[in-house]
Design a protein around this ligand. Structure first.
Ligand code: AOF
Ligand code: ZN
Length: 374
């Protein structure tokens, strides 16, 4: 991008990014978007998108500014929409209010908008610039962007291990190995995800709930803005999951992917969604088809919480975008079980390369975030 931006532009866009972030847990399947309206150097209106079906960030900021929006600059973290979706176009709102300049952090990857929103504003005589703090804006919505580009949901693989990379004793004995603060962080990660995915092995061994147990107030949500429960997804090629599984008896929806010949009737009767998938060459359910199906259900961000086998299979299939590893301060020794099952790796050249993106302490545990390098 060749547009140049002032110091004030940066300050107000940074504020819009902070506002957008407030929607982290609630806008799904819509993107998180923030907007700040500034006239004569002063903020006259602010808004952030709360949830799909409700007003967009620009509309809320315009409502707050009223007459003061006339001649103002609008800082938006995403290109203003120009289509009639669940709500009317933001471009119209900005034009009608007499805004004179629009600064957008990035284009909307939604093909119904992409570039068209900015063009409409320009045609109306508004000065339009784009690309300010674009990387930060894109970081708010990795799943929305990837899905809108037709590349499926954004996938995070979460793992917990001892310092020496072990997850359970050789006899299978295991427990949550990380502490309270790390567990709460996983709850936040779940709350920000569209779907939590696991394998039938984990369901049989642990009977997990895979739900969010925090309250809206724990996450700083304003009164009246309820938490969503992410979609729970189980890969169960032989439909072995019990109709009495815990996750089928709690609020929220469970989707079970089964093999082409499996009988999912009992699961359907227990309230689950059941979807058959083809198998891939190794006999497991086809990851590509699974991700495509999830994208069709408007799933933006998937969190995989699974054992070493499924985690390894997801890594080998190349569907993982980000690895999040919680490291607990103890050693389990080399008899204990490893973190991921990756049978094909025999030479150093076959290693799965990662790039460290972030590290942070939660109590005595470390959270390491990596991007997969493709
Ligand atoms: C904006 N500002 O705050 C948001 C935008 O169904 P709707 O009407 O909510 O439209 C959803 C689409 O609008 C979504 O896919 C994305 O392209 C855009 N989201 N745009 O100008 C916002 N949330
Ligand atoms: Zn809009």
């Amino acid at each position: 991008m060749t547009d140049s931006f002032s110091r004030a532009d940066h300050v107000f866009m940074a504020r819009a990014l902070l506002l957008a972030k407030k929607g982290r847990y609630t806008t799904d399947p819509n993107p998180r978007v923030g907007c700040v309206l500034v006239r004569d150097g002063a903020v006259v209106g602010e808004g952030w998108h709360r949830r799909a079906g409700e007003p967009h960030a620009e509309r809320l900021a315009l409502a707050e500014a009223g007459e003061l929006a006339h001649g103002a600059t609008a800082y938006v973290t995403l290109e203003p929409c120009c289509h009639y979706g669940r709500t009317p176009p933001c471009t119209l709102g900005l034009i009608e209010a007499g805004v004179s300049r629009v600064v957008a952090a990035m284009r909307d990857p939604n093909p119904r908008v992409s570039g068209e929103g900015l063009a409409q504003l320009r045609e109306a005589g508004i000065e339009v610039v784009a690309g300010l703090l674009e990387t930060d804006a894109a970081g708010l919505n990795p799943g929305f962007i990837k899905r809108m580009r037709g590349q499926g949901p954004y996938v995070r693989l979460k793992l917990g291990m001892s310092l020496d990379g072990r997850t359970a004793m050789a006899n299978g004995e295991s427990q949550w190995i990380t502490g309270d603060a790390a567990r709460r962080d996983v709850q936040r990660l779940r709350a920000a995800s569209s779907a939590i995915l696991t394998g039938i092995g984990t369901v049989i061994a642990d009977d997990p709930s895979l739900n969010v147990r925090l309250k809206g107030s724990d996450l700083g949500l304003p009164e009246g803005l309820d938490l969503r429960q992410p979609l729970r997804v189980v890969m169960d090629s032989s439909a072995r999951m019990s109709a009495a599984a815990r996750m089928l008896g709690i609020p929220g929806q469970t989707l079970v992917y089964v093999g082409p010949q499996a009988d999912g009737q009992a699961l359907l009767e227990a309230g689950a969604l059941v979807h058959p998938l083809q198998r891939d060459a190794s006999g497991g359910l086809a990851w590509d088809a699974l991700m495509q199906d999830l994208a069709g259900r408007e799933v933006n961000e998937v969190l995989i919480e699974a054992g070493a086998t499924l985690a390894g299979s997801a890594l080998a299939a190349g569907v993982v975008d980000e690895l999040i590893v919680y490291t607990a301060p103890h050693l389990m020794g080399d008899q204990a079980r490893g973190l991921v099952h990756l049978p094909g790796i025999e030479r150093l050249a076959d290693r799965v390369p990662l790039r460290l993106e972030d590290m942070r302490a939660f109590g005595d545990d470390l959270r390491l975030s990596y991007r997969l390098i493709s």
